[in-house]
Design a protein around this ligand. Structure first.
Ligand code: UDX
Length: 469
């Protein structure tokens, strides 16, 4: 493990969208910068400050601004539309005040000279410009998905009703594989659903050409074709991922075993003790991330598929989802010796445990990158947003998993049998062996990308060199 570089250069403020799936990669990116000697400050909401105690360390400060909903965050708002609107108006005013405060004294050793903002918050670039600061956009989703949104927003990608109804092929320039309508991000593949979210993802590009930097949480080898393609339009684009605590990758940052800001409390010792008592490669880990809401029928098919499978399983059912799992099924799981249900897991520790042989996942981008980087094959059951596209790449481009067939109806039900077949394919079949080999290959490549002199590491050095003040 190397020593942290103590010479201080520049001061970067980073503002993630305030949800777990965005905070994790943004904070990890900051840790990498801090490790390279940059002073860094994470900016998050006052509501989050009330709900958790972050453990940041490593030259990282933290400041809180209001999103207009200090008592409940998003849950306090009437709708996603009103949340986003207040986040922008209240958030940009508070960010302006914060920069004034941080840079007010002439004695300040490290004045803020750069704002990196989540691509969901493009208004932060206007704040950066008011103060003449460097501004960089940070995309938490893969380059392929960003390319799809960009082309759609520009009118270069036409998706009409018949394409969706017939699940036709959609040719997206720059992508290495053809997609069907059902492989598109849900905001495009299921038109009319979540219009405010569609606006949110398209808005990522409103002022992107003016950003000094565009960082993508991915790595070159993983998405080489689409990265090359997008770099022609956005020469300031750099892949800097995977943003995973270094204990699980290159072990370069002392004590970096965890993302550092969890909105949920993990049942760590219960999970790890249970895994410790299982043989290598015998457990299926199941999680749908921090946001996806399964309905009752989906929960039941999932439970029955897991109970009927030949494997042990560790299943994360968030507190807000628990009431959808019938007490009869929960009792059946608890009284058997095959399954453990927890409210939240230490996911990185779980995925890197030798007992885990496969990950049943909603294919959120962090979960996908974590499984790829830790060499765990996946069974994809995508729910919404970028997840269908991630699932397509997992199965057909990176070949590290299978996607469970889901009915076309609006309830999105899969059958317990299809789930069982998918799990067996990975845990027992010949294709499973091939997927494990592919997973090991991606694990190596992910490690190389963030390792000393790897592509993501070099891009960070390039950025840091410009921050010297
Ligand atoms: C959301 C979107 O759904 C996702 O598609 C998008 O790419 C990012 O934002 P989320 O649904 O929460 O995120 O999924 P994911 O991206 O997988 O992020 C979840 C994070 O929570 C991961 O870093 C994972 O390690 C962590 N996690 C999840 C835990 O630590 N414990 C758990 O039990 C479950």
């Amino acid at each position: 493990m190397e020593k942290m570089i103590m010479e201080k250069r520049g001061h970067v403020l980073m503002i993630p969208f305030p949800s777990q799936g965005h905070i994790n990669p943004c904070l990890q990116f900051l840790k990498r910068l801090a490790f390279k000697g940059v002073k860094t400050t994470l900016v998050t909401t006052k509501f989050i400050s009330k709900s958790t105690k972050p453990v940041l360390g490593h030259n990282i400060g933290i400041e809180f601004i209001s999103d207009g909903y200090d008592n409940g965050g998003f849950a306090e708002s009437e709708s996603i539309e009103s949340y986003l609107q207040r986040l922008q108006t209240v958030g940009s005013a508070e960010l302006t005040q914060l920069i004034k405060k941080l840079n007010s004294s002439s004695e300040v050793q490290n004045p803020v000279n750069c704002i990196i903002y989540d691509a969901f918050l493009p208004w932060a670039l206007d704040v950066a410009r008011q103060f003449g600061l460097v501004g960089g956009s940070f995309f938490t989703q893969p380059c392929a998905v960003n390319n799809i949104y960009y082309q759609f927003g520009k009118g270069l990608l036409k998706i009409d009703d018949s394409t969706v109804v017939n699940n036709n092929n959609v040719l997206v320039p720059g992508l290495p594989i053809p997609l069907r309508a059902s492989d598109l991000p849900s905001f495009l593949g299921v038109p009319g659903t979540y219009p405010a979210y569609l606006e949110l993802v398209l808005n990522q590009f409103v002022n992107l050409e003016e950003a000094d930097w565009i960082f993508i949480n991915s790595f070159n080898m993983l998405e080489i074709q689409v990265v090359d393609w997008m770099t022609k339009t956005f020469p300031q684009l750099r892949t800097i991922g995977p943003t995973i605590p270094s204990a699980y990758l290159d072990n370069r940052i002392e004590g970096d075993n965890d993302y550092g800001l969890s909105l949920f409390k993990p049942d760590s010792s219960i999970c790890m003790n249970w895994l410790n008592s299982r043989a290598n490669g015998t457990v299926v880990y199941v999680s749908f991330g921090s946001m996806a809401e399964l309905n009752k029928e989906q929960m039941e098919e999932l439970a029955m598929g897991l109970i009927g499978s030949n494997a042990y399983f560790l299943w994360v059912v968030r507190g807000s989802e628990e009431q959808k799992l019938s007490s009869k099924l929960l009792t059946e799981i608890e009284s058997g010796n095959k399954g453990l249900v927890v409210k939240w897991s230490p996911q990185l520790e779980v995925l890197s445990h030798v007992a885990v042989g496969c990950f049943v996942t909603h294919c959120g981008w962090n979960s996908t990158l974590e499984a790829l980087s830790l060499g765990v094959p996946m069974v994809g059951i995508p729910q919404w947003t970028d997840q269908p596209t991630n699932a397509k790449f997992i199965a057909d481009e990176w070949r590290v998993g299978v996607r469970v067939k889901v009915n076309d109806d609006e309830k999105g039900i899969w059958t317990r049998k299809d789930l069982d077949v998918a799990i067996r394919e990975i845990m027992e079949g010949d294709r499973g062996k091939e997927m494990k080999r592919n997973s090991s290959k991606w694990r190596e490549l992910a490690q190389q990308a963030v390792g000393l002199g790897g592509s993501s590491d070099q891009y960070l050095d390039e950025f840091v060199a410009t921050l010297i003040c």
